[in-house]
Design a protein around this ligand. Structure first.
Ligand code: HEC
Length: 164
């Protein structure tokens, strides 16, 4: 008889305690989430234009490598450009223009094939095609004033593009 009476009281006491620690833990967690959100909001995130500067750099280096028949370097540069494009897909989701980004993939794949084949003539043709694709996307995204062309000289006098 005695036991029957004590159990609900004990349970009520336990439940009450639990609720209190539960809500203070929730508060601590929600404060932590708020402060993490602030950290994320203030974290540095490059814009699309900054990523495009990276694309431009690899575009030029890719040309200089291929022109010099430096296929190892050309292979490296294609992959570097692909990494920047992957970053754009990850970090620039808020930019509607990136829905056009996929148009560059076939051009890059063909150029990659010329590099694997070590074929100078097809490299030049496919590089020209890649450059047209850059401009097609710039036009599609109303940035046609960013006109890309085949590099005329090297901007990297501190790098030797000839094969070793
Ligand atoms: C989504 C389609 C798209 C493709 C493909 C693309 N671009 Fe762009 N590019 C843009 C957009 C949009 C901007 C403007 C970004 C901004 O608002 O700052 C831009 C800007 C640029 C700029 C100007 C950056 C600056 O701040 O001065 C350069 C240079 C550039 N792109 C080079 C290239 C090259 C080289 C290629 C090809 C290898 C290429 N882009 C392919 C969309 C594209």
């Amino acid at each position: 008889m005695k036991r029957k009476l004590f159990l609900p009281v004990y349970a009520f006491f336990l439940f009450g305690c639990n609720q209190q620690t539960g809500s203070s833990r929730e508060l601590a967690l929600s404060n932590k989430i708020d402060s993490l959100q602030k950290t994320i909001d203030n974290a540095y995130k490059p814009g699309l234009g900054e990523f495009m500067n990276g694309v431009q750099l690899h575009h030029e280096k890719l040309w200089l490598a291929g022109k010099n028949g430096n296929w190892k370097l050309a292979d490296f540069e294609v992959n570097e450009m692909k990494e920047v494009l992957a970053d754009i897909r990850t970090y620039c989701r808020d930019r509607p223009e990136i829905r056009f980004l996929n148009m560059i993939d076939p051009a890059l794949d063909s150029l990659n094939q010329s590099i694997q084949d070590k074929n100078n003539l097809s490299f030049k043709n496919n590089f020209t095609n890649l450059t047209h694709t850059c401009n097609s996307c710039h036009q599609a995204t109303k940035h046609g004033f960013n006109l890309v062309r085949i590099p005329q000289t090297s901007d990297f006098s501190d790098q030797d593009f000839k094969p070793q």
